[in-house]
Design a protein. Structure first.
Length: 142
């Protein structure tokens, strides 16, 4: 199967998840919006990011396919869902995708440090994510 630029060629997206991702793009938090202004249009290190990207049934905040890097913006709720966040990170790691978590406060109060942290991750993690076939899922219809 040829990679046509989507994150996971042929992945099955649960009903309603694509609409949920569109809703999240329209209603970003202040921190997500501030970070997105720095990531969009290949502004950070010349790397293309997608926002609210669906990967393995999860919607991730920002994703750079070329570096297999997810940037998650965590608000206060994440302190109460560490177990589910950890499981999600493990699922993404099984696809050789690195998850970088930054807090709303870090973005709003020290954006330059966050951007440097992301740049360092982009430079050090340049793995290509595993395709469905490489994961042993075989040919998946679109």
């Amino acid at each position: 199967m040829v990679d046509d630029g989507r994150v996971v060629v042929g992945q099955r997206v649960p009903e309603g998840l694509a609409e949920r991702a569109r809703d999240l793009r329209r209603s970003m938090t202040r921190a997500e919006s501030a970070l997105w202004q720095e990531l969009r249009a290949s502004r950070l290190g010349g790397r293309k990011f997608r926002r609210q990207q669906i990967i393995d049934g999860f919607i991730v905040d920002s994703y750079c396919h070329a570096a297999a890097l997810v940037v998650e913006v965590d608000g206060g709720i994440h302190a109460q869902q560490t177990e589910s966040d950890s499981a999600r990170d493990d699922t993404l790691a099984s696809r050789v995708i690195l998850t970088l978590r930054v807090s709303n406060d870090e973005i709003l109060h020290n954006l330059d440090a966050v951007l440097n942290h992301i740049l360092n991750a982009l430079a050090s993690h340049t793995q290509k994510p595993l395709s469905c076939e490489e994961r042993g899922w075989g040919e998946v219809s679109r």
